[in-house]
Structure formats: structure tokens, C-alpha cells
Ligand binder design. Structure first.
Ligand SMILES: Nc1nc2c(ncn2[C@@H]2O[C@H](COP(=O)(O)OP(=O)(O)OP(=O)(O)O)[C@@H](O)[C@H]2O)c(=O)[nH]1
Ligand SMILES: [Mg+2]
Ligand SMILES: [Zn+2]
Length: 301
């Protein structure tokens, strides 16, 4: 039987929309995939699959390719920790914040940066609503991130500023927008491509309704190639898999200081001879970033 390669772009009650070179098909998953103990999602939006077309015209998913990357979260369940795939095979995660309304939550940004680095996914920071604050004030708020090697793009979805940069960034890639509620993720996608409009809004609303899961249910093909997925305001993503002792390695500005601390087991919270604390005192490490580190290290975030 002929098999066609495709990518899952929508997941809905056991049906999967698969985008292929020969058009889109709605497919079901072969029963054998569902057997056995499941510790994580077997299939997710973004998965690369092989489908077969049955005689009656329906399509079946015959094969799911091993994921090259994944953006996931650990969900505690009665049977143990379950890995929820937010999106499979993302090329990048767009960390979206507003420079104001709502005020940017830098700790949340730092947390996201750690999570995507831990999951080995490239990320770009998008700062939206610059029309409300002005570009220079917005820049000042996020000033230290480019210095740490993170890319920052400033946008206004309402005034269509910086949108061309975002469009270019998304083109040809699989991306997902994450960030707090109300920062303008859906608005930005609407600005990037007209025909995403209504759909994006509906998805966001549907996802928010009493649901805590934030996995992507649909991603949208882009005119310039690639796909983009929207998410409703993500709040809690656990820093799973990261031991407190490893946390300093996820802060680019702390990494090189750590070997200079007097004690090899230094927590950088209070020890004498701590190179991190010294650098903070000299103003070489951004205080807010250090505060993020402390809060995450103490687990009181
Ligand atoms: N002034 C201004 N308002 C914006 C901009 N982008 C979005 N908004 C407004 O901010 C509000 C929230 O926008 P959404 O696009 O729904 O935000 P979201 O991030 O998708 O929010 P969730 O779906 O709840 O996660 C809406 O009222 C938008 O009109 C912008 O660039 N400037
Ligand atoms: Mg939205
Ligand atoms: Zn130290």
C-alpha cells in the first residue's frame, strides 16, 4: 500500500490532520500504538508520520518518526509523572512578553529560558506592545538579554511594527509562541498572516476554558513555508530534570563565574568567597537575573 510522508498539524478527539505534499488528510492512529504503558504522549502536533490511504478513502497513521526535538512539560498523574508534549519537533520557541500591560514578568522569562535550554530548543524573545511604552523604554527593560546572547525582537501587533521581522523569523520553521496571557501572542500571529485571524482566537478561547493542559492542538501553515502554533497563556511549567545544583549552568552570565567560587559546592546564596555574589555587588550581573536565580534555587517561585 502506498505510504505518504506528512506532519501532524491538528489533533482532535482521536483524529489527526496530516499535512503532506499531496494535500491534507484526516487520519486515525493504528491501534497498536495505543498498547502498553504510556509515560508520555505517543503522538502530538508536529510529529512526522507516514500515512496510508485505505480503500474507503480514510487515512491511517502507520508510523511515527522519532522526535528530533520536543517542547514538553511533566504532568503529575496518579500513575506517576507523565510527559505531555506541547509540540513535537519545534525549531524554535518564541518567548512572548509585553513591555507593559501586563508588566513583564522577568522571572517567568528566565524560567522559560532555562526550560527551553534544558530541552535544547532555540528561542527568541519577542517584546510586544511597544506602541504603549515607546521603543527606548521597552529596550531598557530587556537590555541585558541581548548581552547574554539572547535574541530580542520588539513589536507592536496593533501598529504592525516589527511584524516583518517576526514573519521572517517564523518563515520555513516550526515555531510555537508561549508567554503570559494578554501579551498579544494571538494578535501577533494575526498580524503576521491575515488568514490565521479568526482561527487563532477561537483556539485560544477553547483551550482556556477550564483546561489546564496547554498542549498545542493545532499549528498553522505559513505562506512562506513552515508552521506556527499559538498557545493560551502558559503559566506553570515545571523546571523538571534540573537539579538545584545544576541551575547556575543555565545562566550564561553565571556559568563562567562558578569555577571561581571558593567552595566547589557553592550555592551562590551566602557563601564567603562566592564569585557570583561578588559580581552582583560589582554590578556586573544584573540584579533581577540574580534574584531569579535565588528564587528558583530556593524553589519558592
Ligand atoms: N496596544 C497594544 N495592544 C495590543 C497589542 N497586541 C495585542 N494587544 C491587545 O492585548 C490584548 C490581548 O491580546 P491577545 O492577542 O489576545 O493576547 P494573548 O497573548 O494571545 O493572550 P492569551 O490568549 O490569553 O494567552 C488584546 O486586547 C489585544 O488587542 C499591541 O501591540 N499593542
Ligand atoms: Mg491568545
Ligand atoms: Zn558562589
Amino acid at each position: 500500500m502506498e505510504e505518504i510522508n506528512g506532519i501532524v498539524i491538528k489533533s482532535q478527539s482521536g483524529f489527526f490532520k496530516v499535512d503532506t505534499d499531496e494535500g491534507q488528510y484526516t487520519a486515525r492512529l493504528r491501534g497498536r500504538f495505543k498498547k502498553g504503558r504510556k509515560l508520555g504522549d505517543i503522538i502530538a502536533v508536529g510529529d512526522k508520520v507516514k500515512i496510508s490511504i485505505q480503500e474507503d478513502g480514510t487515512a491511517m497513521i502507520e508510523e511515527i518518526a522519532e522526535r528530533e526535538s520536543k517542547f514538553s512539560r511533566m504532568a503529575p498523574t496518579a500513575r506517576g509523572v507523565y510527559e505531555q508534549i506541547i509540540i513535537a519537533n519545534p525549531d524554535q520557541v518564541i518567548l512572548t512578553f509585553a513591555c507593559t500591560d501586563p508588566e513583564p514578568n522577568m522571572r517567568m522569562l528566565d524560567r522559560f529560558l532555562i526550560i527551553v535550554e534544558e530541552q535544547d530548543i532555540p528561542s527568541v524573545i519577542v517584546v510586544n506592545k511597544i506602541d504603549l511604552l515607546g521603543i527606548s523604554k521597552a529596550r531598557k527593560l530587556f537590555d541585558h538579554y541581548p548581552k547574554l546572547g539572547y535574541r530580542v525582537i520588539y513589536t507592536s501587533a496593533s501598529k504592525k511594527r516589527g511584524v516583518h521581522k517576526l514573519r521572517k523569523l517564523l518563515s520555513g520553521k516550526v515555531s510555537v509562541l508561549v508567554g503570559p496571557s494578554g501579551v498579544g501572542k494571538s494578535s501577533l500571529l494575526n498580524a503576521v498572516q491575515d488568514d490565521l485571524g479568526i482561527i487563532v482566537k477561537e483556539i485560544s478561547k477553547a483551550n482556556r476554558k477550564g483546561r489546564h493542559t496547554t498542549v498545542v492542538r493545532e499549528m498553522y501553515p505559513l505562506d512562506g513555508g513552515g508552521y506556527v502554533a499559538d498557545t493560551p497563556g502558559l503559566k506553570a511549567l515545571a523546571l523538571w530534570d534540573i537539579e538545584p545544583e545544576e541551575l547556575d549552568a543555565y545562566f550564561p552570565e553565571l556559568r563562567d563565574l562558578v569555577p571561581l567560587c571558593r567552595f566547589s559546592s557553592c550555592t551562590h546564596l551566602q557563601e564567603p568567597g562566592c564569585a557570583v555574589i561578588a559580581a552582583v555587588e560589582r554590578g556586573e550581573v544584573n540584579f533581577e537575573r540574580y534574584e531569579s536565580y535565588v528564587r528558583l534555587r530556593l524553589g519558592d517561585d
